[in-house]
Design a protein around this ligand. Structure first.
Ligand code: FAD
Length: 521
């Protein structure tokens, strides 16, 4: 039996394999030469005290023992002639649904409005350079979905470890570094993601699955409250009595299709706000208690949350050593989000700072019924565009000016490539958001001394943190509450959020379809 030890080391020692091996031998009272292998099971940085430590849980194997490979393989099989299941969207939910369908012996037919990951890169570059948004190919739409040009943070608040672990395993099998299996806060980085997504595509195609790019689903065919297939831009039809709907939450046109086809959707609370950016060095100094980060610690992050006036105000998708990116999906809107490369080595630290939004914050849109939240979201994004100079430049304000209600006379350099325009966000953000954010920032300033600085900038708007609507489903069968054969999943269904939880949800939708077909007992 391998011996398990818990170590609490300084960062330099923890980074040195030989030292870790020696310490393991001492802790386990083994002779160094008697150890055949050590395997890290868990790694986290503990920065609560001035002396920063790294916690490691390690499994030690003696010379007679051999560690078994701990990543379960992808059980591929040829599904070319098997029953077809149409999957809308090649984001994390759609791709992982497809992988799972293959494992279960079904043929996924993925219909994706955007382009493959390499063609998509050119459209992404045009957004920053020419301020042109292709409504089908951008930071949210295209192969890999919103997860491709993202930070690739892989942690989730969901506690279902088994499911989460399987997503991490599949990512490793497609090229992700194995450290994602044991880091407390696993992260891939935007530079690594496209290669992993291409490898997933290859697995799907090699197994006989089908991926159709550049085809937007414009209609869902329904007969007697049962799914029959879909119609795509251009008019072609694809038939299947099983449809996994994984179109993400930026796909407003899919919600229009739902309304047109009397597929129930319902309102839910969501969150919107701004993105704030600080120099990374400043965040390191605050979080590492004045110590220099040095080469053995990661770029520091933070996680802030407060209740203000009855609503949660919190940091969201914090990207240490990252960049702010333009994530709009149509021309006359500005939406910001964040990502980082695997090394997290940019000089900036950014984070979404959002306020929980409930229907009573947007009663003025109540005539829109269940899509009132989407209208509120659009209003905010259009305001950001108008206040940013009607380009992809983002309206921006120094953090201290935002809190003190002053327009900034100058702005520091930021990571957001399309540029910024000084704008009084405190004046035009809806009160439900602006006032709470301002108070939230004040409180964050007392929690993290140095956070409230005029070196920090807020950029508008962070509006796509979560879906304003839900496509209700039976939680047991995952089938839509009133349309048979329709399986809403991923972020757009309103039941998941983030890469890992959307991927898990996609796999579960695949299993639900297989169960209904008798492929899974
Ligand atoms: C810049 C950025 C950074 C992010 N960073 C992180 C992070 O670090 N960690 C994290 O967990 N999450 C992050 N997220 C969020 C994460 O990417 C999403 O939660 C996740 O991608 C949702 O997965 P999904 O498959 O449900 O939907 P999506 O990823 O949105 O995928 C939906 C897919 O459906 C396609 N589609 C939409 N409509 C249609 C249609 N009508 N016909 C055909 N295809 C259609 C879209 O083109 C898209 O490819 C980030 C998001 C962005 C934008």
């Amino acid at each position: 039996m391998p011996v398990q030890v818990h170590l609490n080391l300084d960062p330099e020692t923890a980074a040195d394999d030989i030292s870790v091996r020696k310490i393991c031998a001492t802790s386990a009272r083994l002779d160094l030469s008697g150890i055949s292998e050590i395997r890290i099971l868990k790694r986290s940085v503990d920065a609560r005290q001035k002396r920063i430590k790294v916690n490691l849980t390690v499994e030690i194997y003696s010379a007679q023992e051999k560690s078994e490979t701990f990543i379960k393989p992808f059980e591929t099989r040829n599904v070319k002639d098997q029953k077809e299941v149409v999957v809308i969207g090649a984001g994390p939910a759609g791709l992982f649904a497809a992988l799972r369908l293959i494992e279960l012996g079904l043929r996924p037919v993925i219909i994706e409005r955007g382009k493959d990951v390499s063609s998509r890169k050119r459209d992404i570059a045009r957004i920053s350079r020419e301020h042109i948004i292709d409504p089908d190919s951008n930071y949210c739409f295209g192969e890999g979905g919103a997860g491709t040009f993202s930070d690739g943070k892989l942690y989730t608040r969901s506690k279902k470890r088994g499911d989460n672990t399987r997503v991490l395993e599949l990512l490793c099998l497609h090229g992700a570094a194995e450290n994602i299996m044991y880091e407390a806060h696993p992260h891939l980085g935007t530079d690594k993601l496209p290669r992993i997504i291409s490898a997933i595509r290859k697995s799907i195609l090699d197994a006989g699955g089908l991926i159709l790019f550049g085809k937007r689903v414009t209609d869902i065919l329904i007969e007697h409250r049962r799914v029959k297939g879909v119609v795509v831009s251009g008019g072609e039809e694809y038939f299947s009595p099983f449809l996994i709907l994984a179109a993400g939450h930026s796909s407003r046109d899919i919600y229009d299709v739902c309304i047109m086809k009397k597929i129930d959707i319902e309102m839910k609370s969501f969150a919107m706000g701004v993105r704030v950016e600080h120099p990374q060095e400043l965040i390191d100094t605050i979080q590492y208690h004045g110590n220099r980060r040095g080469e053995f610690l990661p770029a520091a992050s933070y996680n802030l949350v407060r209740q203000v006036d009855g609503r949660g105000v919190y940091s969201f998708c914090m990207c240490p050593g990252g960049f702010i990116v333009p994530s709009a999906t149509s021309q006359e809107e500005v939406v910001v989000n964040g990502m980082s490369p695997s090394e997290r080595n940019s000089p900036y630290a950014n984070s979404g700072m959002v306020v929980e939004i409930r229907p009573d914050d947007y009663v003025k849109y109540s005539s829109h019924g269940v899509t009132a939240g989407l209208e509120f979201q659009k209003e905010l994004e259009n305001s950001a565009w108008a206040n940013g100079g009607r380009t992809q430049r983002a309206p921006a304000q120094r953090l201290t000016d935002f809190v003190n209600g002053k327009t900034s006379s100058s702005l520091p350099k930021v990571s957001y490539f399309p540029g910024t325009v000084s704008s009084p966000l405190h004046e035009w953000l809806p009160e439900a958001i602006g006032k709470r954010l301002s108070e939230g920032f004040r409180q964050f300033g007392s929690l993290m001394k140095g956070f409230m600085t005029d070196e920090a900038v807020v950029l508008g708007v962070e509006s796509r943190t979560s879906s304003p609507v839900r496509i209700p489903r039976n939680q047991e069968t995952m089938e839509h509450i009133s349309i048979s054969g329709l399986y809403p999943c991923g972020e757009g269904s309103g039941y998941a959020g983030g890469i890992v939880s959307s991927a898990v949800d996609g796999m579960k939708a695949a299993e639900a379809v297989a169960q209904s077909l008798g492929y899974l007992k």
